[in-house]
Write a protein that binds this ligand. Sequence first.
Ligand SMILES: *[C@@H]1O[C@H](CO)[C@@H](O)[C@H](O)[C@H]1NC(C)=O
Ligand SMILES: *[C@@H]1O[C@H](CO)[C@@H](O)[C@H](O)[C@H]1NC(C)=O
Ligand SMILES: *[C@@H]1O[C@H](CO)[C@@H](O)[C@H](O)[C@H]1NC(C)=O
Ligand SMILES: *[C@@H]1O[C@H](CO)[C@@H](O)[C@H](O)[C@H]1NC(C)=O
Ligand SMILES: *[C@@H]1O[C@H](CO)[C@@H](O)[C@H](O)[C@H]1NC(C)=O
Ligand SMILES: *[C@@H]1O[C@H](CO)[C@@H](O)[C@H](O)[C@H]1NC(C)=O
Ligand SMILES: *[C@@H]1O[C@H](CO)[C@@H](O)[C@H](O)[C@H]1NC(C)=O
Ligand SMILES: *[C@@H]1O[C@H](CO)[C@@H](O)[C@H](O)[C@H]1NC(C)=O
Ligand SMILES: *[C@@H]1O[C@H](CO)[C@@H](O)[C@H](O)[C@H]1NC(C)=O
Ligand SMILES: *[C@@H]1O[C@H](CO)[C@@H](O)[C@H](O)[C@H]1NC(C)=O
Ligand SMILES: *[C@@H]1O[C@H](CO)[C@@H](O)[C@H](O)[C@H]1NC(C)=O
Ligand SMILES: *[C@@H]1O[C@H](CO)[C@@H](O)[C@H](O)[C@H]1NC(C)=O
Length: 835
Amino acid sequence: MRSLLLLVSLGLVAAEDGSSGWLRYSPSPQANRYYHTLPSQVITLNNTEVSPVYVACLELQKGLQGIFGKRVNVTHENGNASASVIVGTVDKYIKVYGNADEVPKLKEDGFWLSTEHDTVRILGQNERGALYGTFEYLSMLAQGNFSQVTYATNPNAPIRWVNHWDNMDGSIERGYGDRSIFFENGEVVDNPDRASKYARLLASIRINGVIVNNVNANASLLSSRNIEGLGRIADAFRPYGVQLGISLNFASPKLVGGLSTFDPLDASVIAWWTKITDEIYQHIPDMAGYLIKANSEGQPGPLTYNRTLAQGANLFAKALRPHGGIVMFRAFVYNQLNESDWKADRANAAVEFFKDLDGQFDDNVVVQIKYGPIDFQVREPTSPLFGNLYKTSTAIELQVTQEYLGQQCHLVYLPPLWKTVLDFDLRVDNKSSLVSDIISGERFRRPLGGSAAVVNVGTSTTWLGSHLAMSNLYAYGRLAWNPADDPQSMLQDWIRLTFSLDENVINTITKMFMQSWPAYENYSGNLGIQTLTDILYTHFGPNPASQDNNGWGQWTRADHMTIGMDRTVSNGTGFSGQYPPEIAQRYENIDTTPDDLLLWFHHVNYTHRLQSGKTVIQHFYDAHYNGAETAQAFVTMWESLKDKIDSERYNEVLFRQTYQAGHSIVWRDAVSNYYWNLSGIPDEANRVGHHPWRIEAESMTLNGYEAYLVHPFETASNYTAIITTSNTTVGTATVKLEYPSGIYDVAVNYYDLMGGKAHWQVYLNNSTFGQWVGDNEDTLGHAPSAYLDGHSATRRTFRNVTIENGDVLQIVGTPNGIEPAPLDYVALLPPGLID
Ligand SMILES: *[C@@H]1O[C@H](CO)[C@@H](O)[C@H](O)[C@H]1NC(C)=O
Ligand SMILES: *[C@@H]1O[C@H](CO)[C@@H](O)[C@H](O)[C@H]1NC(C)=O
Ligand SMILES: *[C@@H]1O[C@H](CO)[C@@H](O)[C@H](O)[C@H]1NC(C)=O
Ligand SMILES: *[C@@H]1O[C@H](CO)[C@@H](O)[C@H](O)[C@H]1NC(C)=O
Ligand SMILES: *[C@@H]1O[C@H](CO)[C@@H](O)[C@H](O)[C@H]1NC(C)=O
Ligand SMILES: *[C@@H]1O[C@H](CO)[C@@H](O)[C@H](O)[C@H]1NC(C)=O
Ligand SMILES: *[C@@H]1O[C@H](CO)[C@@H](O)[C@H](O)[C@H]1NC(C)=O
Ligand SMILES: *[C@@H]1O[C@H](CO)[C@@H](O)[C@H](O)[C@H]1NC(C)=O
Ligand SMILES: *[C@@H]1O[C@H](CO)[C@@H](O)[C@H](O)[C@H]1NC(C)=O
Ligand SMILES: *[C@@H]1O[C@H](CO)[C@@H](O)[C@H](O)[C@H]1NC(C)=O
Ligand SMILES: *[C@@H]1O[C@H](CO)[C@@H](O)[C@H](O)[C@H]1NC(C)=O
Ligand SMILES: *[C@@H]1O[C@H](CO)[C@@H](O)[C@H](O)[C@H]1NC(C)=O
């Protein structure tokens, strides 16, 4: 027992890099109490080393060792079942032990777990199910849950996949966790170790398929050498019950096949795809299938040859059918539009393209539909396409990658957002029609269906680039299995597994996470206007104007009096009429449209009164101030956990939360100022544009610095920043402080550009109290910017600085590369004040 106690105490201090995710198996504080109740051996009903059943047994060894310091042996079959864990398929169990009458009939991938009596039994419908059950049992133990249970569980749907947007050169589109784990230098990586570790994580959340390459696919993936390489990755996935699939470039027959056409009805094209598909299955006999993005955002597709999208999808369906593969065909098809046409609407595109094709897709085609009609925005109504396909299998597409939601630098726990769609009742034919029941295949009696999520993990030890973002991957798997799962209880399981069983840790992190999506919505885009980010550049910081006056169709139609998209049938784009009648009526009528989608469906005056009683514009202001205030509180909440979390993860999270607190103020000010400028309607609370504690950099005494008008204007206080007069000139900005003597938090707003690492140093009466380097591009991992704008704007705070009236504050900026040590303002904040 002594060594066990030692392990327990070490566990609390050991640094952790996040690479184990939620599979840490850290020593249990209750180990002593439960040690004697644990099984003393593991019986595997399959002795093949690459079998998921055998892998499950190795996982049990690892888990029992880690959590309890108990070594157990794995024995094959027929062992003495007493004081054992038995892992295998139901069928094999019956062969060995005679019967399994207690086990109900399981669906594919389902399992039955019984921890009662002297033997723990984990029986899967298939090998994968047995592995899932094993992870479930270990999760209970790791969470300190020693209750005696017997139950079966089955998946909501057969397809529970993740989509990677990895490019062949090793970069990742919308990836914030470093480089690809699958590709480098145009080829598949040689070493599949990381792929294997990833498959383990995925299996523990019951994900059974991975599309490894970008939907904007490179046809060179289909070279013989790369197909061989994909075989290596698939071999690494297989012991974890994870199947590999790939995205295809529709024009491959022409791009790499030497044909003059990629017409899906052309005999040579059909033969080419059949041959390639057969070759892939020779290397990967269990290949999951293909994901297709066609005729979207410049990608080639069947429309090029005047063939339907269904004809395009069926081309692959026929090649895959003999092998049991599936085609996931993305519904994300739309054209550029002209905003001067009041009735033009990108949101209409999916139904317009797909509704009439219902019934024309082969049975092994699944239409993969983004949760909302536009593109992973902070709030969207449920895609109406889910309610328009009766004779087509469908899957929902979610995004764990926080492309429009803070790019892993803002904490946003996504399941509450996803649930607004999964739990949405479309009332098709006036009958209950939850999206979760449509994608399971149940509502329309379809053979296939499920979920796919964009998950751009990379080589970062944290996988996604942020420890906290892993909660979204964990919960995605849980929801794909059971969409009825509760976001908060899933979260708490994740917290116990990732951080601690300490009640204080659980309660504090729960509070932070459950406030995080509402906070982000508050300071990014409200009332269904979408995430007001820069849609023309990196999708990270604020730029409301970028939504309009271009062909992308993510419009707000904001002018000096009015805002919102009129999507009514009566006077607008007609989008609301794409829903089944009960829902269509709700959204058509402004009085029954919920406030949080008001501007999605209606074009109104800024002075329009919401159901809440506030005007639209005042709601914008209040929400932005509330949201940013909540983000400040995340820092204090996290700090309260200092001694309860290993210092490595504590500090890494603190760094990001501090960054978010600053950037939420950038968002708040930019969006508030933009609409104040546009509407001319002041904030009733007089906060917007009034910052009594701020000193504009341009108003300081400048030496080697000059004023610079920032674009977009709202991303600088007073529209103006300062930059050094050349990239070799050191600049100083000096000011004599006329403030009551006291203790202040000193906040500095500056711009951190990619392509340079400038240095800033802050002095008070010639003595320095702070300095930093412009290296966000290395430390944060979000898509950086080369300009002074809402992406690069960063706010940093030095706390508890003692200041005497008349002190001299000076900032010395040393430029580097293209980064001219830009500064926006300094704020001296009495404790507790945010401004
Ligand atoms: C044992 O596992 C291997 C690999 O997964 C599989 O091919 C085989 O069918 C399994 N045997 C039984 C009896 O389930
Ligand atoms: C486990 O296996 C090892 C090596 O085969 C053996 O020495 C040990 O006695 C076994 N332990 C138990 C509890 O069976
Ligand atoms: C099985 O193991 C239990 C506990 O270790 C022991 O009491 C029992 O005698 C064993 N049975 C056989 C048949 O070996
Ligand atoms: C323990 O785990 C079981 C099975 O997952 C679950 O039903 C039960 O609610 C858990 N108990 C606690 C206290 O979390
Ligand atoms: C596709 O990958 C190859 C390397 O395999 C690369 O040379 C080529 O530039 C890529 N094509 C595109 C469009 O990215
Ligand atoms: C495209 O196909 C449709 C229906 O098959 C046909 O009516 C139309 O004329 C075709 N257009 C062209 C340009 O071939
Ligand atoms: C109806 O549509 C027109 C544009 O066609 C727009 O100018 C007008 O404001 C809309 N009316 C209402 C009541 O929304
Ligand atoms: C919007 O405000 C204008 C000017 O005050 C007014 O004429 C118009 O009726 C208002 N529109 C609505 C829908 O309230
Ligand atoms: C705002 O910026 C302008 C130059 O763009 C400058 O003249 C003015 O003094 C600034 N206002 C404050 C309060 O610093
Ligand atoms: C700061 O240093 C300069 C140059 O050394 C000196 O002239 C000045 O008096 C100092 N200021 C303060 C407030 O100490
Ligand atoms: C700042 O001072 C306050 C009040 O004395 C104290 O509670 C807080 O911990 C200090 N913060 C830091 C970061 O030093
Ligand atoms: C200044 O900028 C130029 C061009 O952008 C660059 O070539 C040069 O290296 C930079 N100088 C320094 C000192 O960073």
